[in-house]
Design a protein around this ligand. Structure first.
Ligand code: RB5
Length: 161
């Protein structure tokens, strides 16, 4: 068990998924999480899948978070954008597309993000693992940040101006 996991522990389940454009990073993340002693669920796609629709995978991971079967999710596509758009449709899921370690750390500390999204076409493998580590190591600070989350937590695309 790594000591760089913040409040996470050996029972923490992280659901990891990608489309075809994020397969290599997903495989890397699965190995990395295993090395850290974190339980990782591989939600696809398989390494030999050449075309996949990112919404299918994002929906699977978001539903696991909603059901409490995974505490955190990691989703990789070409840019991380599509995965975040889909995952954020699900109440209780807060997905953040983070291109830097700082963004990943803040996404947890200030935004209580429970899904990290990443772009394999925008972030190289070494930085991607560092971003994942930053995401895992940070803890939500609560307080005023919780009040801000409460201001939007119920808004899921049904509002009209
Ligand atoms: C696939 O070509 C690409 O569109 C997808 O991986 C992702 O970047 C969408 O946001």
């Amino acid at each position: 068990m790594s000591d760089s996991l913040g409040t996470l522990n050996g029972d923490t389940v992280v659901a990891v998924g990608s489309d075809h454009a994020g397969r290599e990073h997903k495989e890397l993340f699965l190995k990395h999480l295993e090395g850290l002693g974190v339980k990782a669920l591989d939600m696809g796609v398989a390494p030999d899948v050449e075309k996949a629709n990112y919404p299918d995978v994002a929906i699977k991971v978001a539903k696991l978070i909603q059901a409490g079967e995974a505490r955190l999710g990691v989703l990789v596509c070409g840019t991380g954008v599509g995965m975040s758009l889909v995952a954020n449709r699900f109440l209780g899921v807060r997905a953040a597309n983070c291109p830097t370690e700082f963004a990943a750390s803040m996404a947890r500390a200030h935004n209580d993000a429970n899904v990290l999204t990443l772009g394999q076409r925008t972030v190289g493998p070494k930085l991607a693992v560092a971003i994942l580590d930053a995401f895992l190591a940070a803890d939500f600070e609560g307080g005023r940040h919780k009040e801000r989350i409460d201001l939007f937590e119920g808004l899921y695309g049904t509002e009209k101006s």
